[in-house]
Design a protein around this ligand. Structure first.
Ligand code: DHB
Length: 536
């Protein structure tokens, strides 16, 4: 069970919470004062965190709830953040004033995410509607946040099931127990609609919100605990895409007008490091990449996706990949022709090797007997790409997977505009539209929106100096929510620029897995140079 799945929260009595949050009022008048963090407006909570060795730690922390992070919010419910700062771990005081800041979003499915109803760390109101921010975490940590006055809290007091038990809660709680500051930002998402029927959370709302939240933190340097120059972003799936984008696009001017409109704090939005689990990104190239990867795999019904469409998309991928001119982590120039071998060699075989090496001799023998496509020799797994594809089995999505001809995907909604719920965002999708559209061309604002939403733009087309230079990327080998090339290209693009990239795949894991959360926490300490400050 993942951390947070057992989270229980008791009422916080008699503690002054942030006035704006507790009043729940909305102020549209821009005032720079409204973006000043109040160091005293916290409640004190205690939680138990089980670390990845199974040891329990008692963590007392200060919790700031639902701070609106822009002066002119469109919807405070989403444009607010929570802050958790550890002050005592296992009875010893800690000083987090210079600790890394884990900036953990809970976006899933490009849906809205709110922390406004949270009653403690990792217990956020989380995803509104379906989508699930961080599915499938397999971490061993668990937590039971409670008011310090009452340790007998009821489990799942926030009633939220979408955002419990996943990667982010795990990361957040382990970060707290490691002495880091944890910031949980909410963000607008694609389904939000105002009374005029206008979609106000579609692209680029979520990334603009996350940037505004980073600016809020930065502008409160010295007031907000933690090292504002060591912000480490984390997110899963759509949240992983946004985490990657946040890292890649730091301080880009392209977002300025949007940020100004919201009354975002005047500060840098560059971050130090990016953690991304199964990022669903590079959306305008994802259909081709998907068919290149999963085109031969059957749908869950057993039938194949439209093979004419699949083939056309696959050839689009070949052209796209050639144009990227990316070097893989091993120096190989990546093309559609060699990418299968690259994935097998660089990621899949090492992933299977790690998995098999950790098994007992008898469990390994049983696994190998059931999976004869794997050759196990001298402590190493080898197999072919085709056999790997057969092993994974049914593909999750039909073709095209992202820009559907009938405008039915979440991504079509993500590129909605005004009162239009869903739009095409690829020329191929537009050309093959089945919804009766007469326009032959994409709407004229789409190319700019694609740039604003794609980390590859800031890594390949216009390499951004202010990008994060440290990347932690993870993906389950069974995850067919997008192509395996999407994560691998992100890693290769960062690597090609000389960045520090830590990317591996989790063997036999599906979408949203996070099976090495402790390693992520250790990695944060390593890349930020952080030494824990336990007060003696
Ligand atoms: C997510 C999953 C998807 O398959 C997708 O297309 C977009 C987002 C998610 O889990 O966040």
């Amino acid at each position: 069970m993942g951390i947070g799945a057992t989270a229980g929260v008791a009422a916080v009595g008699g503690i002054a919470l942030n006035a704006r949050a507790s009043e729940g009022s909305s102020s549209s008048s821009a005032s720079s004062d409204s973006l000043v963090f109040d160091p005293d407006a916290y409640s004190k909570l205690t939680t138990t965190v089980t670390d990845t060795d199974g040891d329990e730690h008692s963590v007392t922390y200060h919790f700031w709830k639902a701070i609106t992070y822009v002066a002119n919010p469109v919807d405070e419910k989403y444009q607010s953040l929570n802050v958790s700062v550890p002050v005592e771990i296992d009875g010893t005081a800690v000083d987090a004033s210079d600790a890394p800041i884990l900036f953990a979003n809970s976006v899933g499915g490009y849906m809205p995410s709110s922390v406004a109803d949270a009653t403690g760390i990792g217990a956020s109101g989380g995803i509104v509607g379906p989508g699930g921010g961080a599915p499938g975490g397999t971490a061993s940590a668990s937590a039971a946040p409670s008011a310090s006055a009452d340790a007998s809290a009821a489990p799942n007091a926030n009633g939220n099931t979408n955002n419990t038990g996943g990667a982010l809660n795990t990361n957040q709680l382990l970060a707290l127990a490691a002495g880091y500051v944890v910031v949980e930002p909410g963000a607008r998402g694609r389904t939000l609609k105002n009374s005029d029927g206008e979609y106000y959370g579609v692209a680029p709302a979520a990334i603009v919100d996350l940037k505004a939240a980073v600016r809020y933190i930065r502008s409160n340097k010295g007031r907000i605990p933690g090292n504002t120059d060591r912000i480490v972003s984390a997110g899963t799936s759509a949240g992983g895409a946004l985490s990657s984008l946040l890292g890649a696009s730091g301080d880009s001017k392209l977002y300025d007008t949007y940020l100004k409109e919201l009354g975002a704090a005047d500060a840098s939005d560059a971050i130090f490091a990016t953690g991304a689990w199964c990022p669903i990104t590079d959306l305008e190239h994802a259909d081709g990449a998907y068919e290149w990867n999963w085109g031969a795999n059957p749908l869950s019904s057993g039938s194949k996706a439209d093979q004419t469409v699949s083939k056309e998309l696959r050839s689009q991928f070949a052209e796209y990949q050639a144009g990227l001119r990316l070097k893989g982590l091993d120096g190989t120039r990546l093309t559609a022709r060699n990418y299968d071998e690259y994935l097998v060699r660089q990621y899949l075989e090492p992933s299977a090797t790690t998995y098999l090496a950790a098994l007992s001799d008898s469990d390994r023998a049983a696994y190998l007997a059931a999976n004869t496509f794997i050759t196990w020799k001298n402590g190493k797994a080898t197999f072919s790409w085709d056999d790997f594809l057969t092993h994974v089995g049914a593909r999750k999505k039909s073709a095209p997977s992202f820009d559907a001809f009938d405008l039915s995907t979440g991504e079509n909604n993500e590129f909605g505009s005004g009162t239009t719920q869903a739009r095409h965002f690829t020329a191929y999708g537009q050309k093959n539209d089945t919804t009766g559209l007469t326009a032959k061309r994409l709407d004229s604002d789409i190319p700019e929106l694609l740039r604003l939403m794609n980390p590859m733009y800031f890594l390949v087309d216009k390499p951004n100096q202010a990008r994060t230079k440290h990347w932690w990327i993870r993906l389950g080998t069974n995850d067919s929510d997008t192509s395996h090339t999407v994560s691998a290209n992100l890693a290769a693009a960062a690597h090609t620029l000389g960045d520090d990239v830590n990317h591996l795949y989790y063997w036999d894991e599906g979408h949203g897995a996070n099976t090495d959360p402790g390693d992520f926490i250790t990695w944060i300490a390593k890349v930020t140079g952080h030494r824990s400050k336990v007060k003696k």
